[in-house]
Structures are given as structure tokens and as C-alpha cells.
Design a protein around this ligand. Structure first.
Ligand SMILES: Nc1ncnc2c1ncn2[C@@H]1O[C@H](COP(=O)(O)OP(=O)(O)OP(=O)(O)O)[C@@H](O)[C@H]1O
Ligand SMILES: [Mg+2]
Length: 445
């Protein structure tokens, strides 16, 4: 059942003031004539159509003088409210909206095509917004109140919801809804200009030759989306275990085991972390481990797994550059309860991580791979990153777009050899560096 179908308890939504009265009164009349619970077996569109029809009859019967436009608007608002999320309903239905951001009752923003815009909409009151929020979080058996003013949840329909309310928020209740991300094929990502054919060719070889790949980027840069597309390149006979905080990956292979962590319950018990799942997955004979996002001590377990035979693993990490990604993995690994000396961690990362794919979200909303770097250092050496692809951005044009070109650099000899041994061709655009000075390398701590 969808989120919208679940949220249909009729007793709240105190619309007030202006035509809020009219909406509230018709909503009450509508709910007297139909049984919403009974309607929950209908598809969303049918349910809406039925409510609109019944409400149309009520309005005709009572006969308020309304223009056609007013009548249509009234019907829309009443039905929206009756179905549960009021003015958010049409936004949730709109598939071009990827994110809904409510900053208190008067400021509603959405993201479409990577751009954020404010909508000419508002909640009638802070109370009404709070009631909507309460409905949303109660669908996943969570509550939000002063003693529990922050909630992060995933709804049955896939949307990810975050709520933070006063006193933590100084601008009223804040609701952020991220639509369940669509999955895109690499071909579609090429169409968006996020990467090009040469890079896909290289990445395909790296995934198939079982390089360990870290996708790095800031919030909302498209890490999960790329991880999903890259996972699509894993050969179908391999056993894949995916581990996520909120299951977003949609792998198409048949031999996939999906694991999802669990937050503590209301009494603070029963938590299962990503780290627990990574450890458990090692006992499940994985060919590949795919970790949605590394953000804690699981970094250490994942690095150990990667360097001890679980090649071809994929993960994302929150970082602003390839070198940042390494530092971040290292910091997270050192946060684990096992004390590992700095040098040993360094060694671990050098032997575990093979490739870092850096993503960036540009000012025009475009998400692109801005670097593919190979980690070309060993043992306790300082990290040495060899850039093999890079996006060179040009200054923004007058229409607010960011253009640029992808550039390619030779692969380290070691990488080319490994591709060769796995019967993967070295893509022509890249070639092979025979001497160190032919590489586009840099050192990081
Ligand atoms: N290459 C792309 N081109 C256009 N839109 C994209 C691209 N990649 C992702 N998106 C869209 O951007 C939004 C964020 O994507 P995604 O969830 O993959 O990002 P993320 O980096 O994993 O975010 P978070 O840090 O919150 O986990 C989604 O709506 C997704 O559909
Ligand atoms: Mg993500």
C-alpha cells in the first residue's frame, strides 16, 4: 500500500482562516459520505477519482456559487486533504520533483532537474504542518515531539523523510522528503553528460576485473545512483550482497542478497548497524560486497574485506575529492573500537582501495564524474593517486549552464596489467604509461 493510502485518518487537519473553513467543512462532509478505509483497496488514481466524484455531487447538492475554476480548486484541495498530505499530495505525485523541502508553514521548495525553486504554496498554520508531519512519521511507527525532535525515516513507498522541529529548528517544523531515486542506466547517465563512453568503457573493465571501487561525493551528488549503475556491470553469476542504511539500490541480477540496517527502537534497543551487517556478510560467501554508504567504523571491516579476497567490492563515501575520500575512510576506520595504528591503516587502504570515482554537483544542477583516480601506492607509502579521467569545467555561461570537457590520462602499468590478466581491454582513450613521468599522479597524506 502506498504512503498516501496509509495516511488517511480523518480526524485531524485543522485548516483555519480564509477558505480553510470551506475546505475543512467539505472535507468533513466528504468523509461522512465515504469510507476511506474501504477505499484503500483502490489504486491511488481511482481513489482520487472516486473522491472527486462524490465531492462534486455534494457541492452541486449544497449549491455554493462558485466559478468553474474555484470549484475545481476547491475539489482539489479538499481531496488532497482527505487523502492525507494536503498541499504536499500533488508534489508527491509529480515525478519531476526529486526533493520536497518545507521550511516552516510558509516556505515550500522543490528540486526539479537539479534546480531548487520556491512554490507559491503554504500551509494554513504551523499546526497543520505539524499534523501532516505527524501523519507521515506515524506511518513508520515513529513519533516526533519535543523529547524526540529529529526523525529520519524511510516510508513504505520509498521516500526518505527527515523532520526536525523547534526548539532545534529556529524557523518552525522542517520537513525534507527525498523521492526514492530512480535508477539510471550508464547510457542514460551519458545522455545527462555525467560521464562519456570512454569512461564507461574503462569503468566496465574495472568492475569486471574486480577492482575495489569507492564512489565519492558530497550530499546529493548522485553517489547512490552511480553505485547502482556500476553494480549493473557485475557479471550475473556472481553472488552480490548489498548493505545499506535505507535500501535504495535496485540491482537487476538474480543472485543478490539485500541487507538493511535497523535503527534503535523507541526504547533505544535493537539497533543493527552497517558494521554488524558488513561483518555478517563475510560469513555469507559473497563474491561482491556493495556498501551503500560508509559512514562509521564499518570502514575498517570493509577495508579488511577488500584487501583479503573480497575483490570487486563497491562502496560510496561522503567526500569532496579523491584524496578526501581516502582521508575520510581512514578517519572512519580509526573510529572503530579496534585500535589500529595509523601506519597499519595506511597500509590497509593502500592495499584495499583501487579506484576512486569523484562526483560533483554543479551550480546548474548537473551531476558529473569530475575525476576517476587509481590508487597507485603500496604498503606504508603516502597515497599516490593517478588521475585517469577528469572533467575540466569552463566558467558558467549566461544561461547558468556549466560546460566543459572530459580529459583522459594514461593508466598506470599495474592497472593495465591487471585489466589484461582479467581479459579486459585497455580502452584506447587511456593508453598505458610506461614511465612514471607519463602519469598524472599526485601524492596525498
Ligand atoms: N547523473 C545524474 N544526473 C541527473 N540526476 C542525477 C544523477 N545522479 C543522481 N541524480 C539525481 O540526484 C538525486 C540524488 O541522487 P543520489 O541519491 O544518487 O545522490 P547521493 O549522492 O547518493 O545522495 P546522498 O548523499 O543523500 O546519499 C536523485 O534525485 C537522483 O535521481
Ligand atoms: Mg546516497
Amino acid at each position: 500500500m502506498s504512503l498516501r493510502a496509509r495516511i488517511n485518518t480523518p480526524e485531524d487537519h485543522g485548516s483555519r482562516g480564509g477558505d480553510g473553513h470551506l475546505v475543512a467543512s467539505y472535507r468533513a462532509k466528504l468523509l461522512e459520505e465515504i469510507d476511506l478505509a474501504e477505499m484503500s483497496s483502490l489504486a491511488a488514481a481511482e481513489r482520487r477519482a472516486r473522491l472527486e466524484r462524490v465531492l462534486g455531487h455534494i457541492i452541486s447538492r449544497e449549491g455554493p456559487v462558485l466559478s468553474t475554476v474555484e470549484r475545481t480548486q476547491l475539489i482539489r484541495r479538499v481531496v488532497d486533504e482527505a487523502l492525507g498530505l494536503g498541499i504536499l499530495e500533488p508534489l508527491l505525485e509529480d515525478t519531476s520533483v526529486t526533493e520536497i523541502m518545507v521550511n516552516g508553514p510558509d516556505a515550500i521548495f522543490v528540486e526539479r532537474g537539479g534546480r531548487v525553486e520556491q512554490l507559491p504554496l503554504r500551509f494554513v498554520s504551523t499546526d497543520q504542518l505539524m499534523q501532516t508531519i505527524e501523519r507521515i512519521v506515524s506511518t513508520v511507527n515513529r513519533r516526533v515531539d519535543e523529547s524526540n525532535p529529529m526523525v529520519d525515516a524511510r516510508l513504505p513507498s520509498g521516500e526518505r523523510v527527515n523532520v526536525i522541529i523547534p526548539p532545534l529548528s529556529l524557523t518552525g517544523p522542517i520537513l525534507t522528503i527525498r523521492r526514492f531515486p530512480r535508477s539510471f542506466t550508464l547510457q542514460e547517465l551519458i545522455g545527462f553528460g555525467s560521464l562519456d563512453e570512454h569512461m564507461v568503457y574503462l569503468l566496465a573493465g574495472l568492475v569486471q576485473a574486480k577492482f575495489n571501487i569507492i564512489v565519492s561525493g558530497a550530499t546529493g551528488t548522485g553517489k547512490t545512483t552511480l553505485l547502482n549503475s556500476l553494480s549493473g556491470l557485475i557479471p550475473p553469476h556472481e553472488r552480490i550482497i548489498t548493505i545499506e542504511d535505507s535500501a535504495e539500490l535496485q540491482l537487476q541480477q538474480t543472485h543478490v542478497v539485500r541487507l538493511e540496517s535497523r535503527p534503535p527502537n523507541v526504547e533505544g534497543k535493537g539497533q543493527i548497524t552497517i558494521r554488524d551487517l558488513v561483518r555478517n556478510s563475510l560469513r555469507m560467501r559473497p563474491d561482491r560486497i556493495v556498501v551503500g554508504e560508509v559512514r562509521g567504523g564499518e570502514s575498517l571491516d570493509m577495508l579488511q574485506a577488500m584487501s583479503t579476497g573480497h575483490d570487486g567490492s563497491l562502496a560510496t563515501v561522503h567526500a569532496n575529492s579523491a584524496e578526501d575520500a581516502l582521508t575520510r575512510l581512514q578517519t572512519l576506520a580509526s573510529m572503530s573500537d579496534v585500535e589500529v595504528p595509523f601506519v597499519a591503516l595506511h597500509d590497509q587502504i593502500n592495499s584495499a582501495v583501487d579506484v576512486i570515482v569523484q562526483l560533483t554537483r554543479f551550480a546548474d544542477g548537473a551531476r558529473r564524474i569530475t575525476e576517476i583516480a587509481l590508487l597507485d601506492s603500496h604498503g606504508g607509502e603516502p597515497y599516490r593517486l593517478a588521475t585517469v579521467a577528469r572533467f575540466d569545467a569552463r566558467p558558467m555561461t549566461s544561461d547558468g549552464r556549466v560546460h566543459g570537457t572530459f580529459q583522459y590520462f594514461p593508466l598506470p602499468r599495474r592497472t593495465a596489467d591487471r585489466l589484461y590478466m582479467a581479459s579486459q581491454p585497455v580502452p584506447q582513450a587511456f593508453g598505458v604509461a610506461h614511465r612514471a613521468d607519463q602519469l598524472a599522479t599526485r601524492e596525498a597524506r
